[in-house]
Design a protein around this ligand. Structure first.
Ligand code: SAH
Ligand code: AVI
Length: 339
Protein backbone atom coordinates (compact mmCIF):
# COMPACT_ATOMS: atom_id res chain seq x y z
CA UNK A 1 0.00 0.00 0.00
CA UNK A 2 1.53 3.34 -0.95
CA UNK A 3 1.96 6.41 1.19
CA UNK A 4 -0.95 8.32 -0.35
CA UNK A 5 -3.19 5.60 1.08
CA UNK A 6 -5.65 3.68 -0.96
CA UNK A 7 -9.00 4.71 0.48
CA UNK A 8 -10.82 2.85 -2.24
CA UNK A 9 -14.48 3.47 -2.67
CA UNK A 10 -16.39 0.62 -1.13
CA UNK A 11 -18.36 -1.37 -3.71
CA UNK A 12 -21.75 0.15 -4.56
CA UNK A 13 -24.32 -1.12 -2.12
CA UNK A 14 -28.05 -1.30 -1.88
CA UNK A 15 -29.13 1.57 0.36
CA UNK A 16 -32.86 1.17 0.01
CA UNK A 17 -34.56 -0.63 2.86
CA UNK A 18 -34.86 -4.35 2.22
CA UNK A 19 -38.58 -5.09 1.69
CA UNK A 20 -38.91 -6.70 5.11
CA UNK A 21 -37.78 -3.54 6.98
CA UNK A 22 -39.94 -0.44 7.51
CA UNK A 23 -36.85 1.66 6.77
CA UNK A 24 -33.05 1.53 6.61
CA UNK A 25 -31.00 4.69 7.02
CA UNK A 26 -27.34 4.29 6.08
CA UNK A 27 -25.14 6.84 7.86
CA UNK A 28 -22.14 4.50 8.03
CA UNK A 29 -19.08 6.66 8.83
CA UNK A 30 -16.69 6.98 5.87
CA UNK A 31 -13.34 5.17 5.93
CA UNK A 32 -11.63 8.58 6.05
CA UNK A 33 -12.93 9.02 9.62
CA UNK A 34 -11.19 5.79 10.67
CA UNK A 35 -7.95 6.97 9.04
CA UNK A 36 -8.15 10.41 10.65
CA UNK A 37 -8.95 8.96 14.11
CA UNK A 38 -6.28 6.24 13.88
CA UNK A 39 -3.64 8.76 12.73
CA UNK A 40 -4.52 11.23 15.51
CA UNK A 41 -4.65 8.42 18.09
CA UNK A 42 -1.22 7.06 17.10
CA UNK A 43 0.24 10.58 17.21
CA UNK A 44 -1.10 11.30 20.69
CA UNK A 45 0.60 10.52 23.98
CA UNK A 46 -0.49 8.12 25.34
CA UNK A 47 -1.62 6.44 22.11
CA UNK A 48 -5.37 5.78 21.92
CA UNK A 49 -8.07 4.53 19.55
CA UNK A 50 -11.86 4.55 20.05
CA UNK A 51 -13.51 1.19 20.85
CA UNK A 52 -16.09 1.89 18.15
CA UNK A 53 -13.44 0.56 15.71
CA UNK A 54 -13.65 -2.93 17.21
CA UNK A 55 -16.89 -3.57 15.39
CA UNK A 56 -16.47 -4.76 11.84
CA UNK A 57 -18.25 -8.03 11.02
CA UNK A 58 -15.49 -10.10 12.65
CA UNK A 59 -15.33 -7.83 15.70
CA UNK A 60 -19.10 -8.14 16.13
CA UNK A 61 -18.84 -11.93 15.94
CA UNK A 62 -15.95 -11.97 18.43
CA UNK A 63 -18.03 -9.85 20.81
CA UNK A 64 -20.83 -12.43 20.58
CA UNK A 65 -18.26 -15.10 21.47
CA UNK A 66 -17.12 -13.08 24.50
CA UNK A 67 -20.75 -12.93 25.69
CA UNK A 68 -20.79 -16.73 25.89
CA UNK A 69 -17.60 -17.13 27.90
CA UNK A 70 -17.77 -18.28 31.50
CA UNK A 71 -15.85 -15.23 32.69
CA UNK A 72 -18.00 -12.54 31.01
CA UNK A 73 -20.92 -12.57 33.47
CA UNK A 74 -22.44 -9.38 31.97
CA UNK A 75 -24.60 -10.90 29.22
CA UNK A 76 -26.13 -13.85 31.05
CA UNK A 77 -26.76 -11.75 34.17
CA UNK A 78 -28.54 -9.04 32.20
CA UNK A 79 -30.58 -11.49 30.10
CA UNK A 80 -31.78 -13.28 33.27
CA UNK A 81 -32.89 -9.92 34.70
CA UNK A 82 -34.61 -8.88 31.46
CA UNK A 83 -36.50 -12.18 31.31
CA UNK A 84 -37.58 -12.03 34.94
CA UNK A 85 -38.70 -8.41 34.77
CA UNK A 86 -40.73 -8.61 31.54
CA UNK A 87 -44.10 -8.20 33.30
CA UNK A 88 -42.84 -5.12 35.20
CA UNK A 89 -41.66 -3.53 31.94
CA UNK A 90 -44.99 -4.35 30.26
CA UNK A 91 -46.89 -2.59 33.02
CA UNK A 92 -44.70 0.52 32.83
CA UNK A 93 -44.66 0.74 29.03
CA UNK A 94 -48.33 0.12 28.20
CA UNK A 95 -49.54 -0.76 24.72
CA UNK A 96 -47.94 0.06 21.35
CA UNK A 97 -44.42 0.97 22.52
CA UNK A 98 -41.83 2.17 20.00
CA UNK A 99 -38.41 0.90 21.09
CA UNK A 100 -35.16 2.52 19.98
CA UNK A 101 -32.01 0.52 20.76
CA UNK A 102 -28.55 2.11 20.80
CA UNK A 103 -25.83 -0.43 19.91
CA UNK A 104 -28.21 -3.24 19.00
CA UNK A 105 -25.54 -5.85 18.18
CA UNK A 106 -26.83 -9.35 17.51
CA UNK A 107 -30.42 -8.37 18.41
CA UNK A 108 -30.69 -10.94 21.19
CA UNK A 109 -31.65 -8.96 24.29
CA UNK A 110 -34.38 -7.04 22.49
CA UNK A 111 -36.33 -10.30 22.11
CA UNK A 112 -37.04 -10.30 25.83
CA UNK A 113 -38.84 -6.93 25.44
CA UNK A 114 -40.58 -7.79 22.17
CA UNK A 115 -41.92 -10.94 23.86
CA UNK A 116 -42.95 -9.25 27.11
CA UNK A 117 -44.46 -5.91 26.04
CA UNK A 118 -48.09 -5.43 25.04
CA UNK A 119 -48.21 -5.30 21.22
CA UNK A 120 -45.09 -3.19 20.61
CA UNK A 121 -45.56 -1.00 17.52
CA UNK A 122 -41.98 -0.63 16.32
CA UNK A 123 -38.36 -1.51 16.93
CA UNK A 124 -35.60 0.77 15.65
CA UNK A 125 -32.05 -0.60 15.85
CA UNK A 126 -29.04 1.73 15.74
CA UNK A 127 -25.54 0.30 15.25
CA UNK A 128 -22.24 1.15 13.58
CA UNK A 129 -21.62 -2.43 12.33
CA UNK A 130 -23.62 -2.26 9.09
CA UNK A 131 -23.87 -5.84 7.86
CA UNK A 132 -24.35 -7.19 11.37
CA UNK A 133 -27.12 -4.63 11.95
CA UNK A 134 -28.92 -5.50 8.73
CA UNK A 135 -28.65 -9.24 9.34
CA UNK A 136 -29.89 -9.02 12.94
CA UNK A 137 -32.79 -6.65 12.14
CA UNK A 138 -33.95 -8.72 9.19
CA UNK A 139 -33.95 -11.87 11.33
CA UNK A 140 -36.07 -10.03 13.90
CA UNK A 141 -38.41 -8.83 11.12
CA UNK A 142 -38.96 -12.45 10.08
CA UNK A 143 -39.58 -13.58 13.65
CA UNK A 144 -41.86 -10.65 14.61
CA UNK A 145 -43.76 -9.84 11.39
CA UNK A 146 -46.41 -7.79 13.22
CA UNK A 147 -43.82 -5.27 14.56
CA UNK A 148 -42.42 -2.54 12.25
CA UNK A 149 -38.62 -2.88 12.15
CA UNK A 150 -36.25 -0.05 11.19
CA UNK A 151 -32.45 0.07 11.13
CA UNK A 152 -30.04 3.00 11.26
CA UNK A 153 -26.34 2.44 10.61
CA UNK A 154 -24.66 5.34 12.39
CA UNK A 155 -22.03 6.36 14.90
CA UNK A 156 -24.06 7.22 17.98
CA UNK A 157 -21.19 9.21 19.51
CA UNK A 158 -22.16 11.96 17.02
CA UNK A 159 -25.48 13.85 17.27
CA UNK A 160 -28.21 11.85 15.55
CA UNK A 161 -31.74 12.75 14.49
CA UNK A 162 -34.30 10.04 13.85
CA UNK A 163 -35.63 10.07 10.27
CA UNK A 164 -39.34 10.91 9.76
CA UNK A 165 -40.06 7.23 8.93
CA UNK A 166 -39.15 6.37 12.53
CA UNK A 167 -42.27 8.14 13.88
CA UNK A 168 -44.37 4.98 14.15
CA UNK A 169 -47.42 4.67 16.44
CA UNK A 170 -48.53 6.73 19.42
CA UNK A 171 -47.17 4.61 22.25
CA UNK A 172 -44.30 5.24 24.65
CA UNK A 173 -40.93 6.11 23.06
CA UNK A 174 -38.69 3.71 24.98
CA UNK A 175 -34.91 3.90 24.60
CA UNK A 176 -33.05 0.62 25.23
CA UNK A 177 -29.32 0.66 26.00
CA UNK A 178 -28.34 -2.74 27.38
CA UNK A 179 -24.96 -4.43 27.82
CA UNK A 180 -23.44 -1.59 29.83
CA UNK A 181 -22.45 0.02 26.53
CA UNK A 182 -22.78 3.30 28.48
CA UNK A 183 -19.65 2.19 30.40
CA UNK A 184 -17.57 2.59 27.24
CA UNK A 185 -18.09 6.36 27.44
CA UNK A 186 -16.21 8.51 29.95
CA UNK A 187 -18.65 9.77 32.64
CA UNK A 188 -18.63 13.22 30.98
CA UNK A 189 -19.38 11.80 27.53
CA UNK A 190 -21.96 9.43 29.05
CA UNK A 191 -23.81 12.44 30.45
CA UNK A 192 -23.75 14.17 27.06
CA UNK A 193 -24.87 10.99 25.25
CA UNK A 194 -27.72 10.42 27.71
CA UNK A 195 -28.86 14.03 27.39
CA UNK A 196 -29.03 13.57 23.60
CA UNK A 197 -31.04 10.38 24.09
CA UNK A 198 -33.43 12.25 26.42
CA UNK A 199 -33.92 14.90 23.70
CA UNK A 200 -34.47 12.22 21.05
CA UNK A 201 -37.05 10.36 23.16
CA UNK A 202 -38.81 13.60 24.07
CA UNK A 203 -41.22 14.47 26.86
CA UNK A 204 -43.03 11.40 28.15
CA UNK A 205 -40.25 9.06 26.91
CA UNK A 206 -38.34 6.53 29.01
CA UNK A 207 -35.02 4.71 28.90
CA UNK A 208 -34.24 1.15 30.03
CA UNK A 209 -30.49 0.95 30.50
CA UNK A 210 -28.14 -1.79 31.71
CA UNK A 211 -25.21 -0.69 33.87
CA UNK A 212 -22.41 -2.91 35.11
CA UNK A 213 -21.64 -2.44 38.81
CA UNK A 214 -18.42 -2.07 40.77
CA UNK A 215 -17.38 -5.38 42.27
CA UNK A 216 -14.42 -7.54 43.29
CA UNK A 217 -11.41 -6.69 41.09
CA UNK A 218 -10.67 -10.39 40.46
CA UNK A 219 -14.13 -10.92 38.91
CA UNK A 220 -13.71 -7.85 36.70
CA UNK A 221 -10.17 -8.71 35.61
CA UNK A 222 -11.22 -12.27 34.68
CA UNK A 223 -14.21 -11.00 32.62
CA UNK A 224 -11.82 -9.12 30.32
CA UNK A 225 -9.15 -11.85 30.20
CA UNK A 226 -11.13 -14.96 29.26
CA UNK A 227 -9.15 -18.17 29.09
CA UNK A 228 -10.28 -18.92 25.52
CA UNK A 229 -8.61 -15.71 24.33
CA UNK A 230 -11.70 -14.19 22.70
CA UNK A 231 -11.28 -10.80 24.36
CA UNK A 232 -7.64 -10.78 23.26
CA UNK A 233 -8.69 -11.57 19.67
CA UNK A 234 -11.39 -8.86 19.85
CA UNK A 235 -8.81 -6.31 21.01
CA UNK A 236 -6.22 -7.34 18.39
CA UNK A 237 -8.89 -7.21 15.65
CA UNK A 238 -8.58 -3.41 15.71
CA UNK A 239 -5.02 -3.79 14.37
CA UNK A 240 -6.22 -6.17 11.66
CA UNK A 241 -8.82 -3.60 10.61
CA UNK A 242 -6.06 -0.99 10.36
CA UNK A 243 -4.08 -3.37 8.13
CA UNK A 244 -6.99 -4.48 5.95
CA UNK A 245 -8.96 -1.26 5.61
CA UNK A 246 -6.32 1.46 5.99
CA UNK A 247 -3.28 -0.35 4.57
CA UNK A 248 -1.36 0.11 7.83
CA UNK A 249 2.00 -1.68 7.93
CA UNK A 250 2.20 -3.44 11.29
CA UNK A 251 2.66 -6.87 12.83
CA UNK A 252 -0.29 -7.84 15.08
CA UNK A 253 1.79 -10.64 16.68
CA UNK A 254 4.10 -7.95 18.06
CA UNK A 255 1.27 -6.71 20.30
CA UNK A 256 -0.32 -8.30 23.35
CA UNK A 257 -3.81 -7.88 24.83
CA UNK A 258 -3.73 -6.28 28.27
CA UNK A 259 -6.84 -5.60 30.41
CA UNK A 260 -7.12 -4.67 34.09
CA UNK A 261 -9.42 -2.86 36.51
CA UNK A 262 -8.09 0.60 37.34
CA UNK A 263 -9.51 1.03 40.85
CA UNK A 264 -8.79 4.74 41.04
CA UNK A 265 -10.68 5.49 37.83
CA UNK A 266 -13.36 2.83 38.39
CA UNK A 267 -12.88 1.31 34.97
CA UNK A 268 -11.55 -1.67 33.09
CA UNK A 269 -8.85 -0.49 30.69
CA UNK A 270 -7.98 -2.45 27.56
CA UNK A 271 -4.65 -1.84 25.86
CA UNK A 272 -2.51 -3.39 23.13
CA UNK A 273 1.00 -3.57 24.53
CA UNK A 274 4.00 -3.49 22.23
CA UNK A 275 6.21 -6.56 22.75
CA UNK A 276 9.29 -4.89 21.23
CA UNK A 277 10.61 -1.60 19.91
CA UNK A 278 8.83 -1.22 16.57
CA UNK A 279 6.95 1.21 14.32
CA UNK A 280 3.48 1.22 12.80
CA UNK A 281 3.19 2.85 9.40
CA UNK A 282 -0.07 4.51 8.52
CA UNK A 283 -0.85 6.92 5.69
CA UNK A 284 2.84 7.46 4.99
CA UNK A 285 3.78 8.26 8.59
CA UNK A 286 5.79 6.04 10.96
CA UNK A 287 4.57 5.90 14.55
CA UNK A 288 7.24 4.44 16.85
CA UNK A 289 6.28 2.15 19.74
CA UNK A 290 8.76 1.43 22.53
CA UNK A 291 8.69 -2.04 24.08
CA UNK A 292 5.97 -1.95 26.79
CA UNK A 293 4.23 1.11 25.33
CA UNK A 294 0.50 0.65 24.75
CA UNK A 295 -2.29 1.65 22.42
CA UNK A 296 -5.25 2.28 24.75
CA UNK A 297 -8.32 0.86 23.00
CA UNK A 298 -11.18 0.79 25.51
CA UNK A 299 -12.46 1.86 28.89
CA UNK A 300 -15.39 0.10 30.50
CA UNK A 301 -16.59 2.17 33.45
CA UNK A 302 -18.23 0.46 36.38
CA UNK A 303 -20.65 2.37 38.61
CA UNK A 304 -22.48 2.04 41.90
CA UNK A 305 -26.26 2.37 41.57
CA UNK A 306 -26.04 5.77 43.28
CA UNK A 307 -23.23 7.05 41.02
CA UNK A 308 -25.12 6.08 37.88
CA UNK A 309 -28.44 7.48 39.12
CA UNK A 310 -26.77 10.84 39.77
CA UNK A 311 -25.23 10.82 36.29
CA UNK A 312 -28.61 10.05 34.66
CA UNK A 313 -30.30 12.82 36.63
CA UNK A 314 -27.68 15.32 35.50
CA UNK A 315 -28.42 14.23 31.91
CA UNK A 316 -32.11 15.09 32.21
CA UNK A 317 -33.72 11.86 33.41
CA UNK A 318 -35.79 11.19 36.52
CA UNK A 319 -34.93 7.86 38.16
CA UNK A 320 -37.97 5.56 38.32
CA UNK A 321 -36.90 2.01 39.29
CA UNK A 322 -33.61 0.11 39.63
CA UNK A 323 -33.26 -3.66 39.70
CA UNK A 324 -30.10 -5.70 40.40
CA UNK A 325 -29.28 -9.42 40.33
CA UNK A 326 -28.74 -11.40 43.53
CA UNK A 327 -24.94 -10.88 43.42
CA UNK A 328 -25.27 -7.13 42.78
CA UNK A 329 -23.14 -7.58 39.67
CA UNK A 330 -25.41 -5.72 37.23
CA UNK A 331 -28.22 -3.16 37.33
CA UNK A 332 -31.15 -2.24 35.10
CA UNK A 333 -32.49 1.31 35.42
CA UNK A 334 -35.87 2.55 34.23
CA UNK A 335 -35.47 6.29 33.74
CA UNK A 336 -38.14 8.78 32.65
CA UNK A 337 -37.31 11.86 30.60
CA UNK A 338 -37.58 14.65 33.18
CA UNK A 339 -40.44 17.05 32.51
N1 SAH B 1 -26.53 -4.36 22.90
C1 SAH B 1 -25.75 -5.58 22.66
C2 SAH B 1 -24.42 -5.28 22.02
C3 SAH B 1 -23.43 -4.57 22.90
S1 SAH B 1 -21.85 -4.46 22.12
C4 SAH B 1 -25.59 -6.32 23.96
O1 SAH B 1 -25.93 -5.78 24.99
O2 SAH B 1 -25.10 -7.45 23.94
C5 SAH B 1 -21.85 -2.78 21.64
C6 SAH B 1 -22.62 -2.56 20.36
O3 SAH B 1 -22.60 -1.18 20.07
C7 SAH B 1 -22.02 -3.28 19.16
O4 SAH B 1 -23.04 -3.89 18.43
C8 SAH B 1 -21.33 -2.18 18.37
O5 SAH B 1 -21.32 -2.43 16.98
C9 SAH B 1 -22.15 -0.97 18.74
N2 SAH B 1 -21.38 0.27 18.77
C10 SAH B 1 -20.20 0.48 19.39
N3 SAH B 1 -19.81 1.76 19.23
C11 SAH B 1 -20.78 2.35 18.48
C12 SAH B 1 -20.96 3.66 17.98
N4 SAH B 1 -20.06 4.62 18.21
N5 SAH B 1 -22.08 3.94 17.27
C13 SAH B 1 -23.02 2.97 17.03
N6 SAH B 1 -22.89 1.71 17.47
C14 SAH B 1 -21.79 1.41 18.20
C1 AVI C 1 -19.88 -3.42 24.59
N1 AVI C 1 -19.20 -3.22 25.86
C2 AVI C 1 -20.16 -2.87 26.91
C3 AVI C 1 -18.31 -4.32 26.26
C4 AVI C 1 -17.70 -4.03 27.65
O1 AVI C 1 -17.80 -4.90 28.50
O2 AVI C 1 -17.17 -2.94 27.85
C5 AVI C 1 -17.20 -4.51 25.25
C6 AVI C 1 -16.18 -5.49 25.69
N2 AVI C 1 -14.88 -5.26 25.72
C7 AVI C 1 -14.27 -6.34 26.15
N3 AVI C 1 -15.16 -7.26 26.44
C8 AVI C 1 -16.36 -6.76 26.15
Amino acid sequence: MNASLDLREKPARENRAPADLAFFEDLEPPLGDFLADASAGLASAPKTLSPKYFYDQRGSELFEGICETREYYVTRTEIALLEKLGPAFAEKAGKGTRIIEYGSGAGVKIRTLLDALDEPAAYIAIDISREHLLGATRTLAADYPHIAMGAICADFTAPLTLPPEAAIGNGLALGFLPGSTIGNFSPEMAELFLSRIAAMLGKGGALLIGVDLKKDKAVLDAAYNDAAGLTAAFNLNILKRMQNELGAVLEPDNFMHKAFFNEEKGRIEMHLESLCDQAVELGGTRYPFAKGETLHTENSHKYTVEEFTRLAEKAGFAADTVWTDENDYFSLHWLNVAA
